[in-house]
Design a protein. Structure first.
Length: 383
C-alpha cells in the first residue's frame, strides 16, 4: 500500500547521538536515555535499543504504561519512571521492575503497601529502586524541603524491601538562564553533600539534554537525555551546533497538480487567492498527521529538492504547495516536510520557530496515523 505520509527514523543516528553524548561525560558517569512519549514520536522500543547500543546504561519514561510497554518489547535494561504515579498505576510500574520517584511519605507507604498486596507483584524485584526528588527550582514535582527529602531518603534506606537508588532534581532553565541553573545546582549539590554525609555514596542526577551539553557541573553521576538523543538541539536552534544528528524525516507525496488562474482560491476560507496563473500541488498530509494548522501560509516544504511555500489553510488531511508558473513535478513526486532533499534541509527546529513552539512539541505532535519505518543509514531494519 502506498503511504500518504511516512516518518522515517534512522536508528544508526540515534546510536551515534548516544555515543556522542556519552563522550561528553567523565568516566563513570552514566547516560540515561529518556524515551517517554514514545521517544517523542520516534518509537520508544526501537530508540531505546539503539540508545543502549550507543552507550546508554538505562532508560527513563514518564508513566507506568510506558515502562510496561518497554518490558513487553523485550527490553531488560533498568527503567526509571520519572513521573507521578497514582495508586492504580504504581503496581504496574513495580511489576515491570521499574524504579520510581518519591518525594512524600505517603508515596513510600504506597510502594510498601503495593509490595505486600496481591500475588501479581510476587515477581517484582526486591528491593525496589526508589529515587528521591528535591525540587530545586522547577516548582513542579518534588519536595522543596531538603530536610524532608533527607528524611525520606533515610526512611527508604532503612527498609529492606526498598533501595535508595538515587537522588534527583530537574533543571528549569538549562536551555536559557545560566544564573538560575547555577542556583539550582548549588541547592542540589548542597543537599547531595548533606545526604552523602548521612547515608554514604548515593547516585545523584540532575541534567537534561540542555544541561548535559552546556554545563559539565550538572553531570553528577548520571545525565538524562531525550531531545538531544533524537538529534535535535535542546536550545531549539541548530542540531549541528549541538553536535547531534537528526534521526527523523517526515515525508509525503504529491497527490495532485492543478493550475490556479487569477482569482481562484485554494483551501478552506479562501485564505489563498491566486494573483497570477500558478500551479498548485496538493500533498495528502495535514493537522491530523501533525502538520499544525498554524503553519498555514507559514512554512516551506521540499519538492524536487526545492523549498516551496505552503499556501492556504492547513486542513486535517491535506496541504497545498505553490509550484509557480511551471508544474515542476507530476503526481507521485516525493515531498519532504522534515529532513533533507538535495542541498536543502528543513529541521524540526525550523518548523517549531515558525509557530512559536519548541522541537519537542513538533515531534510529539506527529500522530499515530503516520507510520514509522526504521533504517540504519538507509538500510531497512526491523523495529
Amino acid at each position: 500500500m502506498a503511504l500518504r505520509a511516512l516518518a522515517s527514523v534512522n536508528l544508526a543516528a540515534i546510536e551515534r547521538n548516544a555515543a556522542a553524548l556519552r563522550s561528553r561525560l567523565a568516566p563513570g558517569v552514566k547516560l540515561c536515555a529518556v524515551v517517554k512519549a514514545d521517544a517523542s514520536g520516534h518509537g520508544a522500543a526501537p530508540v531505546a535499543g539503539a540508545a543502549l547500543a550507543g552507550g546508554a546504561s538505562c532508560l527513563a519514561v514518564a508513566s507506568a504504561g510506558e515502562a510496561v510497554a518497554l518490558r513487553d518489547a523485550g527490553l531488560s535494561a533498568p527503567i526509571l519512571v520519572l513521573g507521578a504515579l497514582s495508586d492504580d498505576e504504581l503496581p504496574h510500574a513495580l511489576a515491570a521492575g521499574a524504579g520510581v520517584v518519591a518525594w512524600t511519605d505517603r508515596f513510600v507507604d504506597a510502594v510498601e503497601a503495593a509490595l505486600n498486596k496481591g500475588s501479581r507483584l510476587a515477581a517484582a524485584p526486591r528491593p525496589v529502586p526508589v529515587h528521591v526528588k528535591l525540587d530545586s527550582g522547577m516548582g513542579r514535582l518534588g519536595t522543596r524541603d531538603a530536610a524532608h527529602a533527607l528524611a525520606i531518603a533515610e526512611r527508604i534506606a532503612s527498609r529492606p524491601a526498598l533501595r535508595l537508588a538515587g537522588v534527583m532534581t530537574h533543571m528549569a532553565t538549562a536551555d536559557g538562564d545560566r544564573e538560575f541553573m547555577a542556583a539550582q545546582l548549588a541547592v542540589f549539590g548542597s543537599f547531595g553533600a548533606r545526604l552523602r554525609g548521612a547515608l554514604g555514596p548515593v547516585p545523584m542526577h540532575a541534567a537534561n539534554s540542555a544541561a548535559t551539553l552546556r554545563e559539565p557541573a550538572s553531570h553528577f553521576d548520571m545525565v538524562r537525555c531525550g531531545i538531544a538523543l533524537y538529534g535535535c538541539d535542546p536550545m531549539n536552534e541548530d542540531p549541528d551546533a549541538a553536535g547531534v544528528e537528526p534521526a527523523l524525516e517526515l515525508s509525503s507525496y504529491v497527490a495532485a497538480v492543478k493550475l490556479a488562474s487569477p482569482g481562484e482560491s485554494v483551501g478552506y476560507g479562501r485564505r489563498f487567492v491566486a494573483t497570477r496563473a500558478t500551479w498548485i500541488a496538493t500533498i495528502p498530509i495535514g493537522y491530523a498527521d501533525g502538520v499544525r494548522r498554524a503553519l498555514s501560509d507559514n512554512c516551506e516544504v521540499l519538492v524536487a529538492g526545492r523549498p516551496l511555500p505552503v499556501v492556504g489553510t492547513v486542513s486535517m488531511d491535506n496541504i497545498a504547495v505553490e509550484l509557480g508558473p511551471e508544474p515542476l513535478v507530476a503526481p507521485g513526486a516525493r515531498v519532504v516536510l522534515i529532513g533533507r532533499d538535495g542541498d536543502h534541509r528543513l529541521t524540526v527546529e525550523d518548523m517549531a520557530r515558525r509557530i512559536g513552539t519548541i522541537n519537542h512539541e513538533v515531534l510529539c505532535g506527529i500522530s499515530a496515523r503516520v507510520p514509522r519505518r526504521y533504517h540504519r543509514d538507509g538500510v531497512p531494519c526491523d523495529a
